[in-house]
Design a protein around this ligand. Structure first.
Ligand code: GAP
Length: 473
């Protein structure tokens, strides 16, 4: 089972402290969300799982953390200043604004050659549109205390992708780490896009977090390596417990490809299972692009164009690569798996959602999160909160576990209620301390998914839980 719709997760997320609407006490800020105590743990666990899988467990990977605000030239030569835009249209009757391509998609029409005259405005029902126009999605800011708002020399952008921070550091990383291609550079960080129609909870927001990797290969090997990464990334979501029934590949048609891409395959998740039209149930979780040598060439002081004119007069470096073995110099091709932290969080929450009826006939929500992702790994619950010896033992067990796993102590309800509370937030194990524990130095370990219970010696508890949680050290 998975969540029937995103609204179910929005309500759970707010009720249980995963995600709150941002700036709520001031009426909110459209499509901005704050991650609460459980949400921040879940995000951190997603990022750690990605970093371990992408960087630590491979021999061909380095990581970086580049700036959010980069020299404006980066966005000029990457093509973002010119092309990173969405087509916008306004309703002349009610002034509502829409992304033309999304509106076309909703009524099942191709974007190019689409006749907007026929579409009714979703807000007022009239058909009186402006012409579509390009709206650049980069957030603008100004640098320096003296800068005026419209001073072009002080203009800067908040990065709309983390990828460019990697390209401009290609030589720094390659030379300092003495890397030979093929190798990759990974980065996790915030990106910003002034989305025209953000929405669907944390699916599309203006501030979000990306997990991106640029893999540098010899031209000619790009197509094979691209396909390997497509399959490898799909499998990663499965190892996080996401059901393959809710995942699919989506080959981007030529008209959808970004200006730098030779081929892009997206991994879609079934974010909208409630929609009748099967095709509209899916949307992008991750994109895996073959960016060719576009970016490294674009940021290089070379090459010259056909007329001998320097293509990039502002860069001071040539980002080509010299192959010592073959004595060849060339621009590596780049394969880029790019995922969103927030969309991954949404997908794992939706996929983990399940409902079960207990022996009293009551409906219970159980979040069957992968143990590695669960915000809290274990809850220690005393069976009698007015018995100091039991409370003391429970608190000391919690303290002994917390260096190796996120543990909580809770005595604010009856045991049934405490179990239900932990099930709903995805805690894989509850440890119950009872009267018997004071005599046999053992506790009851209860499994979230099976509700089975087993007795474990306190002295063996940490090792027992680590093993069942898959914690390796
Ligand atoms: N460097 C390539 C790149 O940025 P993208 O497909 O635009 O590619 C990669 O973004 C991933 O970032 C997406 O698959 C999605 O998971 C996430 N993402 C993009 N825009 C987003 C937004 N407005 N809100 C939340 N996540 C977003």
């Amino acid at each position: 089972m998975a969540a029937p719709n995103i609204e179910t997760i929005v309500s759970l997320a707010k009720r249980r402290g995963f995600v709150f609407p941002s700036s709520e006490i001031y009426g909110g800020l459209g499509s901005a969300w704050d991650y609460g105590p459980l949400g921040v743990e879940l995000c951190n666990n997603v990022k750690q799982a990605w970093w371990r899988w992408m960087v630590h467990e491979r021999d061909d990977m380095e990581g970086i953390d580049s700036s959010i605000i980069l020299n404006r030239s980066v966005w000029k030569y990457s093509g973002h200043e010119e092309t990173f835009s969405d087509p916008l249209i306004d309703c002349k009757e009610c002034n509502s604004r829409f992304r033309a391509d999304k509106l076309a998609e909703e009524v099942g029409e191709p974007v190019s050659g689409f006749d907007f005259i026929k579409i009714k405005c979703p807000s007022c029902g009239k058909t009186n549109w402006t012409e579509p126009r390009a709206f650049n999605l980069m957030f603008r800011t100004t640098i320096g205390a003296a800068a005026e708002e419209d001073d072009p020399t002080a203009l800067a952008y908040l990065r709309p992708e983390t990828a460019q921070g990697i390209f401009i550091n290609f030589l720094n990383v390659q030379t300092t780490m003495r890397r030979k291609i093929p190798f990759g550079i990974a980065q996790i960080g915030k990106s910003f896009r002034n989305e025209v129609t953000p929405g669907n909870f944390i699916f599309r927001t203006r501030e979000f977090e990306q997990m991106e990797m640029e893999y540098f290969v010899r031209p000619g090997e790009d197509e094979r390596v691209h396909q390997e990464w497509i399959d490898y990334c799909f499998d990663w979501f499965k190892t996080l417990g996401v059901s393959s029934e809710n995942l699919r590949f989506y080959e981007q048609p030529a008209e959808e490809l970004a200006h730098y891409a030779k081929r892009t395959v997206d991994i879609h998740y079934r974010f909208f299972p409630e929609r009748e039209d099967e095709e509209r149930q899916w949307d992008e979780l991750m994109g895996i692009a073959n960016r060719t040598d576009f970016d490294l060439k674009a940021h290089s002081k070379k090459p010259e164009d056909a007329e001998g004119k320097r293509i990039n007069p502002d860069s001071t470096e040539d980002l080509s690569y010299f192959d010592e073995a073959t004595k060849e110099r060339f621009y590596p091709y780049v394969i880029e798996p790019a995922a969103g932290v927030n969309r991954t969080v949404l997908a794992v929450l939706m996929d983990a959602y399940s409902e079960q009826v207990n022996d009293k006939g009551e409906k219970r929500v159980i979040l069957k999160l992968h143990p590695e992702l669960a915000p809290i790994k274990v809850a220690v619950l005393p069976l009698a909160k007015n018995k100091p010896e039991i409370v003391g033992l429970a608190r000391s067990i919690k303290k002994s576990l917390q260096p190796s796993m996120r543990a909580v102590y809770d005595d604010t309800g009856g045991i049934g209620k405490l179990y239900a509370r932990q099930d709903e937030i995805g805690t894989p194990f509850c440890v119950t301390v009872d009267h018997q524990s004071l005599e046999d130095e053992a506790v009851t370990v209860r499994d979230r998914d099976t509700w089975e219970q087993e007795r474990v010696k306190v002295a063996e508890l940490a090792e027992h839980l680590k093993q069942r949680l898959g914690i390796k050290f």
